[in-house]
Design a protein around this ligand. Structure first.
Ligand code: EZ4
Ligand code: CO
Length: 402
């Protein structure tokens, strides 16, 4: 079996997605998600100019060798752009391999370890009342786990909170918007928010919160400690991910479970965190973390330390990644939870999907391969349109973490 061609499809049904399609000399093709929010075209160039020409003629079933060809074989390693390109290739090759064997992808990764995939929803509000109300709405839809974000009194606009009545979307058209941030106001408010939310939802619903890298290690330790009475499922990205050692301080002071890594892209971002047991969940998704080939190894390493998966699953990860993640989550033993922000309906005009949500869990059907397809004619109706994640400054103007 040989790879005969590959192409990159960029489309924007409501938001930008990059999809790699790899063709073979048999009547089978594979799809991989290559979307890197706000930096989409860098991955397109990386794939088109450097990877696709080298893929032609290779046997697509050699997933391990091809992964190492683009990782070990390349002098400039790691980084989100490189690893997203490798992820897309790897995903598409596993799609081909499973289609060749006429079986759903999860069967090649260990088969079924569970029936449904526990997912968490997003609830956000401009203020505490709206956040509580929207948490209730997600619970009514059947969600058993909800991430709660709220506008902070005294801060103009807070990440994770929707604009107007629109669904929350992290990227906005054009160059980045500038937001403002005040850690003191945030730290004073969040424990109060969760006290109130817990009072209303009771103890059985899992609650999660995303700090989005905005605390110093000692601030994060204080927050994690003060949130202990409200039993969070996890506190996400409490400190900036590049400082792995920062998590030691958080750990020393609190038993609030920690999730980290949606911006990571290789196992080398995780080695201290995993081997020192500084975290509880790995967030790095297939699309940015080297695909199935690399995440299989990281999940296995994490399992030895009783660390579970909790993959990133926001709307900027395409349905191809979501389906691949659901196969992965079905198969491995140390699955924890999966983030699930439903795509807008318009996305499903382009991508046909093979998964659905019911009563707290996602289910993937047994279509061969990853099981998602792209309608290229429809995709052409939605051309790329530049959109970026905002940037963030402290109230005095100092550049700060996103
Ligand atoms: O900022 O998906 O946990 N989820 C998040 C998301 C991310 C965006 C980045 O592209 O933090 O909102
Ligand atoms: Co996050």
């Amino acid at each position: 079996m040989k790879i005969t061609d590959a192409k990159v499809i960029v489309c924007s049904p409501g938001r930008n997605f990059v999809t790699l399609k790899i063709y073979t000399d048999q009547d089978i093709y594979g799809l991989g998600d290559a979307t890197l929010n706000g930096r989409e075209k860098a991955v397109v160039t990386y794939l088109e100019d450097y990877c696709i020409p080298a893929l032609i003629g290779k046997d697509p079933r050699n997933t391990e060798d091809i992964w190492h060809y683009f990782y070990k074989g390349v002098y400039w390693k790691r980084g989100a752009v490189t690893m997203t390109a490798i992820s897309a290739i790897d995903m598409a090759l596993w799609d081909i391999k499973a289609k060749t064997l006429n079986t759903p992808l999860y069967n090649l990764l260990g088969g079924k370890s569970r029936n449904g995939i526990l997912v968490y929803a997003h609830a956000n509000g401009k203020n505490i009342n709206e956040a509580i109300e929207n948490t209730g709405k997600e619970i009514e839809k059947g969600f058993l786990a909800v991430r709660v974000q709220s506008g902070i009194p005294g801060i103009g606009h807070t990440y994770g909170v929707a604009e107007g009545n629109k669904p929350y979307e992290p990227a906005q058209k054009g160059l980045p918007r500038e937001d403002y941030w005040d850690s003191t106001k945030y730290l004073n408010f969040i424990p109060f928010l969760f006290e109130k939310v817990r009072e209303v939802v009771g103890n059985d619903i899992h609650l999660l919160h995303d700090v989005h890298h905005r605390c110093t290690p000692i601030e994060a330790a204080r927050l994690a400690k003060e949130l202990e009475p409200f039993h969070l499922f996890w506190l996400e990205d409490p400190v900036s991910g590049e400082l792995q050692e920062g998590l030691r301080l958080v750990r020393q002071h609190s038993v609030t479970p920690i999730a980290i890594g949606e911006v990571f892209n290789t196992v080398y971002d995780y080695t201290t965190l995993i081997t020192e047991q500084l975290i509880d969940y790995i967030r790095m998704p297939l699309v940015h973390g080297g695909g199935i080939t690399h995440l299989t190894k990281i999940a296995a390493m994490a399992s030895i330390y009783h660390i579970q998966t909790g993959f990133h699953g926001a709307t900027d990860l395409s349905p191809v990644n979501m389906a691949a993640a659901l196969h992965f989550n079905t198969a491995i033993n140390n699955f924890g939870i999966q983030e699930y922000m439903p795509h807008q309906d318009i996305v499903h005009e382009v991508f046909s999907i093979n998964y659905h949500f019911k009563s707290g869990y996602m289910y993937i059907n047994d279509a061969p391969g990853i099981g998602v397809d792209i309608d290229e004619q429809k995709a052409r109706k939605f051309p790329y349109s530049m959109a970026c994640l905002p940037v963030n400054r402290k109230t005095d103007g100092t550049m700060f973490y996103w």
